[in-house]
Design a binder for this molecule. Structure first.
Ligand code: 13P
Length: 250
């Protein structure tokens, strides 16, 4: 059975609640009749209630961009899985390269967050990907294997049914430099292979692996036509309603 694609927006640190409402006013009519793919938008935390309210009654899911693995406690500045659920979120991005680069996330913290997100019933989007030096040194496969093994450690096949992975080569993020569809598909095969080893063949065959890194309306079709690519995680081009709708409807 072909995997249904997921086209997800990662707004990063952009938009206020008013701007989020404005986005949905423009975006929802553009995708109202779109049923081919699943759509999710991950705004900053402060926009979550506005986004959930605006997307009510539509097929657009809302997600967080991060979460902490404890339920609650003295963890200033953090937010938990139950809090995301209580806001109406169904998805959460985990281990984005910007979090790994600027906020000290490691394969270990990604693993803890993933475990908790799955337990809570959220759909986690776990991000992996190599930096340019690693690609140039021929280390891409090794990096992906390490990140996947770290993330999937101790996760049981059954629990992982909702798991989604995003391959985001760091050199393609926000640079306008996209991985070729073939190169992305190659990396996706490495990820699927690791998933099969950790979680079993059946789960790996159903696992959705998104591509992220300078996805735009004009390159979405070529990327999405690859059998190995099960959707997109879109940064910059998801901030504008028309542009994100253009990607959704590639
Ligand atoms: P861009 O689409 O801006 O390259 O960002 C990709 C990304 O990091 C999505 O999580």
């Amino acid at each position: 059975m072909p995997r249904k694609k997921l086209i997800a927006a990662n707004w990063k640190m952009y938009k206020t609640p008013d701007q989020a409402r404005e986005f949905f006013r423009a975006f929802l009519p553009l995708v109202a009749s779109h049923t081919r793919d699943e759509i999710a938008v991950c705004p900053p935390y402060v926009c979550l209630p506005a986004a959930v309210e605006a997307a009510k009654g539509s097929k657009v899911a809302i997600g967080g961009q991060n979460m902490y693995w404890e339920q609650e406690g003295a963890f200033t500045g953090e937010i938990s899985a139950p809090m995301l659920l209580a806001c109406g979120c169904t998805h959460v991005i985990i281990g984005h390269s910007e979090r790994r680069q600027y906020f000290g996330e490691t394969d270990d913290t990604v693993n803890k967050k993933l475990e908790r997100a799955l337990e809570a019933g959220l759909t986690p989007i776990v991000c992996v990907g190599e930096v340019i030096q690693e690609r140039e040194a021929g280390l891409t496969e090794e990096v992906l294997r390490r990140q996947c093994n770290g993330a999937f450690r101790g996760i049981s096949g059954e629990k992982a049914a909702r798991l989604t992975v995003a391959y985001e080569p760091v050199w393609a993020i926000g640079t306008g430099r996209t991985a070729t569809p073939e190169l992305a598909a190659e990396a996706h095969q490495v990820i699927r292979h690791q998933a099969a080893k950790a979680l079993g063949d059946e789960l790996a065959s159903k696992l959705r692996i998104l591509y992220g890194g300078s996805v735009k309306p004009d390159n979405a079709k070529a990327l999405m036509s690859q059998e190995e690519i099960d959707g997109a995680l879109v940064g910059g081009a998801s901030l504008d309603a028309k542009s994100f709708a253009g990607i959704v409807k590639y």
